[in-house]
Design a protein around this ligand. Structure first.
Ligand SMILES: Cc1cc2nc3c(=O)[nH]c(=O)nc-3n(C[C@H](O)[C@H](O)[C@H](O)COP(=O)(O)O)c2cc1C
Length: 253
């Protein structure tokens, strides 16, 4: 069973909004975002950070299990400790760094959370069944991945007759699973900050071992990127924008 096959009452929200961004406004916002590597020391107000994090977590995400977490780093001592961890790159001198972590390890808690916090009274039976039975079957890979291994064999046989979702069936698949949704949240976060007039630089140029130590990142969490955030300084953007022609990446069927 998948959630899309359930007959849940129409959501009580407008699916289009007159005050939502026009195509031109959205284009302007997306086009204005660049990777900024030099920032001023001006701090980012907490209200802005909160607003942007709220928008980050509105990102679409797999089964609404929200497999992400964020560490907001503003304390000067911690920022100073992070700078060498980020290979001493300029971008890491920002007044704010947000560590974006994918969490392949929080799905169980999230399954209970969806049932517990269902917005309109008790969760419908189908929802409850999905989060109590189907999701654990999909996401529990077992100790050392033994469940995943057996699922792979089962899917190979059952899949001869019908279409099936083949992943995630290993701990490695779970990492990819969590990273997909978390990357979408990271993009929401960058665009939200951009809309408030703050620039960002996503960074994967860091020493993961040292980063884990400095930020006390749980073993199972995956730091997918650090976002440097702030007002742009002098020569904030290094290079002109470059993208390959669409034809190189797009095929039409
Ligand atoms: C996952 C990821 C990791 C990145 N890591 C770094 C980094 O460590 N340092 C840096 O200066 N830029 C980093 N960037 C920024 C890219 O270099 C930049 O987005 C790309 O060159 C395109 O430029 P634009 O964002 O200005 O369009 C990263 C971007 C992404 C998405």
């Amino acid at each position: 069973m998948s959630l899309s096959s359930t007959t849940i009452a129409e959501p009580q929200v407008a699916l289009t909004r007159a005050d939502a961004a026009t195509p031109a406004a959205l284009r302007a916002l997306i086009e204005s975002r660049r990777a900024v590597r030099r920032f001023t020391a001006e701090p980012v107000p907490e209200a802005v950070i909160r607003d942007c994090l709220e928008l980050a977590v509105l990102a679409p995400n797999s089964c609404n299990l929200q497999p992400w977490s964020f560490q907001v780093i503003q304390k000067p001592a911690l920022l100073a400790a992070l700078h060498p961890v980020c290979m001493s790159q300029n971008a890491a001198k920002a007044p704010l760094i947000i560590a974006v972590l994918a969490r392949p390890d929080t799905w169980q808690q999230a399954c209970s959370g969806v049932i517990e916090h269902w917005p309109e009274g008790p969760a419908p039976k189908l929802i409850e069944h999905f989060y109590r039975k189907t999701a654990p079957f999909q996401y529990n890979q077992g100790l050392l991945g033994w469940r995943g291994f057996f699922k792979r064999q089962l899917l190979r046989i059952v899949g001869l007759k019908k279409a099936l979702m083949r992943t995630p069936n290993s701990h490695a698949d779970m990492r990819v699973w969590a990273v997909k949704s978390t990357a979408l949240a990271a993009e929401n976060l960058m665009l939200a900050l951009q809309s408030h007039g703050y620039c960002t630089c996503p960074m994967e140029g860091f020493d993961e071992v040292r980063l884990r130590r400095v930020l006390h990142i749980p073993k199972q969490a995956i730091p997918i990127m650090l976002l440097a955030v702030g007002k742009p300084g002098d020569k904030a953007v290094y290079n002109p924008r470059l993208r390959f022609p669409l034809e190189q990446h797009v095929s039409w069927h």
